[in-house]
Design a protein around this ligand. Structure first.
Ligand code: 13P
Ligand code: SF4
Length: 361
């Protein structure tokens, strides 16, 4: 427990209040860790009720946040949908800044807090609204599809947003609607390359990268396959295409989680941010996780301590200029209004129909 939190002790009342959570996480958290975490978890859950607040926790949060205080957990698409329909007065975003902005865009009347303003994203900082305006001048008449991992001013210049869970669906939908055979899909170069392999629509891409997923390569995966021949290898579509080509399955964080909890493979390797495996392991007893560990430094800025401070000090409020929010909302809402896929989208690169390269801006 960090300095300043010593007053939160593991009393019998705390033990009782957090017992159901302990039953859930006891195979993944030591009793010693729990005695430190449980008092703060109990206090955060009490504060949420007092303030009519909900915590939206991304799949990359650490287990004590994800299982302990998250009211809604999931991938970027799931959290955006939750923000749109929640009737709480306050949202605390246990995730990164673009997710909090998305919540604010969708729920302008709510107070949206992020526990640490430095929780950024290498994809969101790779492109600005001014860049998108220049791209539109260069490719007039083509629709702009933007990954939600972007700032509000980029979303304001966007026709439809997407996440990794629906990128192929959004690209094909918008191409049909606009009557075009090429779409601008920005800013993640690898996501764009992976989408291009799944569709006949031509893709124009930007050179943004996720600093977590770009570090994986095919040689790492082949090494893991040799060491664990029975393991199912699951990769996120922000990884380079060469990684997806040798993986057994690729999809959004929700799709990976769904794969493991439904199919219960004996052994699994998740090629994504490190905390994901810890969270899924709690819901998939009996599955053995092999854990290559790449941490997202931005996601890891969020802790129980700063969530508690967010709720007690009402900080740090995320605001979006209403004029920008009004334009950005259209692009996010168009995505949300698309019919949900029956199962979370997957990227089948082994059987990919198209080997056409993207056009890089
Ligand atoms: P999803 O949860 O949408 O798969 O996104 C992963 C990610 O990197 C979010 O920052
Ligand atoms: Fe951004 Fe990658 Fe971190 Fe997600 S994991 S927040 S895409 S840097």
């Amino acid at each position: 427990m960090a300095d300043g939190f010593a007053e939160f002790t593991f009393t019998p009342a705390v033990e009782q209040a957090t017992l159901p959570l302990w039953e859930k996480v006891k195979h993944h958290v030591t009793p010693m860790e729990w005695r430190l975490q449980a008092p703060l978890i109990a206090e955060i859950n009490r504060l949420k009720r007092e303030k009519n607040a909900v915590i939206l926790a991304h799949n990359y949060m650490t287990p004590e946040i994800f299982h302990g205080v998250g009211d809604f957990v999931g991938d970027s698409l799931g959290l955006a949908k939750e923000a749109a329909k929640s009737d709480a007065a306050m949202i605390v975003q246990a995730g990164v800044h673009f997710m909090a902005e998305t919540s604010k865009i969708l729920s302008p009347e709510k107070r949206v807090l992020i526990p640490d303003l430095r929780a950024g994203c290498s994809l969101a900082s790779s492109i600005t609204g001014a860049d998108v305006r220049l791209i539109k001048q260069r490719y007039p008449g083509l629709p702009v599809v933007t990954y939600v991992n972007t700032t509000a001013d980029v979303k304001a210049e966007t026709d439809v947003c997407c996440t990794s869970a629906n990128a192929v669906q959004v690209v094909e939908h918008v191409a049909r609607e606009w009557g075009v055979d090429r779409v601008i899909l920005i800013p993640d170069e690898f996501l764009a390359r992976n989408v291009a392999r799944q569709t006949e629509i031509g893709i124009i891409a930007w050179q943004g990268r996720c600093e977590v997923h770009e570090r994986f390569n095919a040689a790492d995966i082949l090494e893991l396959k040799a060491a664990y021949p029975d393991a199912q290898i699951l990769a996120h579509p922000e990884c380079p295409t060469e990684v997806l080509e040798v993986a057994d399955f690729a999809g959004s964080t929700a799709a990976m989680s769904d794969f493991v909890t439904r199919r219960r493979p004996r052994q699994v390797v998740m090629i994504t941010e490190c905390s994901m495996a810890d969270n899924v392991a709690t819901d998939a007893p009996g599955v053995q996780f092999i854990r290559p560990c790449n941490l997202c430094p931005h996601m890891k800025r969020i802790s129980l301590e700063n969530i508690y401070e967010a709720l007690t000090l009402d900080r740090y409020e995320v605001t979006v200029d209403p004029a920008i929010a009004d334009r950005a909302r259209l692009s996010v809402q168009r995505m949300i209004d698309l019919p949900p896929p029956a199962t979370p989208a997957r990227y089948d690169l082994v059987k990919a129909r198209h080997h056409v390269d993207v056009e890089l801006i």
